[in-house]
Structure formats: C-alpha cells, structure tokens
Design a protein around this ligand. Structure first.
Ligand code: FE
Length: 251
C-alpha cells in the first residue's frame, strides 16, 4: 500500500509548517511527516518551508540571517498564533508517535546548499533519537551527496517537472546510478505507468509529491507508487481506505 506523508504538517488542512499541523499529523493513521529545515545564524535548525519568513508569517527576512530567537517571534499564518518550531521541538512531538520523519534538506534563497548544514541536521536527529526513523529528501544533488557521506539512512531525489523534461528518463536514471541515489520522487502530474516502470526496472524506487486533490491521490494509489506527499492528509487517508476496500471487493 502506498505510504502517505503529511506534507509540511498538512498545509491545506492545518496551515504551512504549523505546530498544530505537526501535532495533528503525529496522531493520524499515516506513515510519514514531511518537513523542511533551514539553519539560523546562531546555529539552530528551524522547521519551515521557505528560506524566508515573508510568505507564510507576519515577519520578513531570511532565516539564515536571523537568530533563533528572532525567527521564533514570527507568527505563522493560519496557525492560531503559533510560532516556528526548532528541529529538537519537532522531535519531541514525534517521540511517541507511530509516524516517522521525511526530512527535506532545503537550499538557501539562491538555490544553493547551506554550508555544513547536513551534518548538523543528522547530529540533531541522532541526539533526539529520531535519526533511525528518518528518510531524507532534497531537490539538490549536492545535498544528497552530503547525506550519503554523513548517514546510511535512505535518501530520495525530488525531481522537478523541469528537470525531468530537461534530462529525460535515461539521463535521470544514469544520474541516480552515478550518485547512488536509490529512489526518486516526481510531481504527481509528471508520473505515469511508463515512467514508473522504467525507473523501477532500473532498480530505483518511485514516489510522487504534491498529490493534494482527490484525482491526484487516486492516481497515485492506482499506480501503486511507494509514497506520496499530501497537503490534505485526512483526505489521503480516507481515499486510501476506500481504494483498499474497492480492491478487496474486486478480488
Ligand atoms: Fe518539502
């Protein structure tokens, strides 16, 4: 059965990267919490999607140029007045949860990997006893390379529609081989049975991201992808339940 990852703590259900969304996702009947991390200027790791606070809070500025205390002053939109969490705080919420982590290593605002960031993320997860429950993702091959050096934990490459078009399937698979990346995730609208078969025939695992509405979710379940990310986790759970029930009826 396709795994469900609550994307940014279920953005369309609970707000984008909100503490409430993270607490709720920890209680749901799904497998993974997807979240994104950025460093502060004083060495903290904050859980937030964008590299800046501008788009989803009442403040502005690049997280990497701010202190942890400054980032914490921001009130997240649609959060009921809550503030961004640090990675250790997120780990505390998930200590007793059945839901595991899918941690996305984000680039800075210019699209470059933050220097020396990956080892800090890994060390924090390890010290919080969450590393063995974490898979990693990134759009950046540089970050995936850093992850391979720093940990044995699974990692997957997020392939954007533009990169998929520009590389083509053969070059994509070749790049995965040369960087020893065992899994890719593509936008759900880029996914089809032929692409999935070609990726799987090459020995790679195949998942999708941004499956947010019913038709996208059902497509992912019908394809039988390994994992999907979704901004509406409760909808994904319900549609997966129905899909499994229909399948059982057919058998
Ligand atoms: Fe993400």
């Amino acid at each position: 059965m396709t795994r469900i990852a609550s994307h940014r703590g279920g953005t369309l259900e609970f707000g984008d990267s909100t503490p409430h969304g993270f607490r709720q996702s920890a209680l749901l009947a799904l497998e993974e919490l997807e979240f994104d991390v950025h460093p502060t200027c004083d060495g903290a790791i904050m859980v937030h999607h964008d590299p800046t606070l501008d788009g989803t809070t009442d403040r502005s500025g690049a997280i990497v140029e701010m202190s942890e205390a400054e980032v914490r002053k921001a009130v997240i939109n649609y959060s009921g007045g809550e503030h961004p969490l640090s990675l250790p705080e997120l780990c505390t919420i998930y200590g007793d949860s059945q839901v595991d982590f899918r941690c996305e290593i984000k680039p800075d605002g210019d699209g470059f990997a933050y220097p020396d960031f990956v080892p800090k993320v890994i060390e924090t997860l390890r010290s919080q006893n969450m590393l063995q429950r974490t898979v990693f993702s990134s759009f950046l091959m540089a970050s995936l390379d850093e992850l391979a050096v720093a940990t044995e934990r699974p990692r997957l490459w997020l392939v954007s529609p533009a990169v998929l078009r520009q590389l083509g399937q053969a070059a994509l698979i070749e790049l995965c081989r040369s960087h020893e990346v065992p899994e890719i995730g593509v936008h759900v609208d880029s996914a089809d049975a032929a692409l999935m078969a070609q990726v799987q025939d090459a020995g790679l695992e195949f998942g999708v991201w941004a499956a947010h509405d019913a038709s996208q979710l059902n497509k992912a379940f019908e394809l039988g992808v390994k994992v999907l990310t979704c901004d509406r986790p409760s909808l994904a759970i319900e549609l997966r339940r129905r899909f499994a029930a229909d399948k059982q009826e057919d058998e």
